[in-house]
Design a protein around this ligand. Sequence first.
Ligand code: NIG
Ligand code: FE
Length: 389
Amino acid sequence: MPSTLIHSIRSLVTNDPALGTGPLGLVEDAAVLVEGERIAWVGPSSKAPQADSAYDAQGQAVIPGFVDSHSHLVFAGDRTQEFNARMSGQPYKAGGIRTTVAATRAASDEELAANLAKHLHEALRQGTTTFETKSGYGLTVEDEARALRIASEQTSEVTYLGAHIVSPDYAEDPAAYVDLVTGDMLEACAPYARWIDVFCEKGAFDGDQARAILTAGKAKGLIPRIHANQLSYGPGVQLGVELGAASADHCTHLTDADVDALASGDTVATLLPGAEFSTRAQWPDARRLLDAGATVALSTDCNPGSSFTSSMPFCIALAVRDMGMTPDEALWAATAGGARALRRTDIGRITVGARADLALLDAPSHVHLAYRPGVPLVLAVWRNGALAV
Ligand code: NIG
Ligand code: FE
């Protein structure tokens, strides 16, 4: 198996406290041995083993590849007009999703696959090595199954979100749409997906509908995740924890009981600051969640409506500036936190046996990701052991 030694790393984030200092397990003057698709050795440069080839990190920082655990990237079209209207004072409404549904239904398979590939590559260039993505802009049996098939050709983390909004075709009979989502649509979609999701919100699905949808998905072997408490207070977070969801996403409007539920359960609180940025909404309070003991992940929510960014560094900068996270906490949330939200132990850390997913920064420390917002600091990316950027 070919091996490469990445050496002269000034500051290495391992996310393993046993390997270095603090919760990030920081190692100074470090080296990493990549063998095939895996990490084979991590330690000080002075003790590094021999390898077939060497890569000089030139005194810069190396971090685990970002794990973006929430995006909506099987879509067509654009919502520039809606963004313009919002920036002139209009509020964000879930109904804007219908614009993208119409464009997505009209697009060919090739167009959808090319658009997805373009955004995945854009994210990769910014250090993202694992990407979850969802359906939810088809809302018919055929269009949802098609979205998931296309997604599954480009990532293994695929989520069935037939319950994004009630399909416009069922506007007069939402109950019949829930029957479809939990019946024929689930049947057609489950083979392509690992996860099931629902947008639990006023104007989308209420608590009872969300419970029925996630329960049906579980019975089909899908693991639940939930869009919860984004635009208003609601039952989503506590329902997610009760049903064993891997993640409750958004968590913008939380009661003390919601925070307690997240702190005491296994459900990760995934915060999506790109959405609050782009909808001019209040920031989720990461500090409150962390102080209560909840596990927090950061993700982009990349979608053409509420958060059209694929940049994890941008989300880190927002989380540090406006959500009460330290740069260390934000880096952890964007890597190890995302891995937790996807129930993965092979990614989000730089430890022996983990997948060799790493990003080299044009900076001496990961802190620069928040300290130098908007600056393209990702110099090189290894994915599955191969230099990809
Ligand atoms: O996560 N909240 C629901 N879904 C997306 C928005 C999708 C859209 O506006 O197209 C979100 O923000
Ligand atoms: Fe979302």
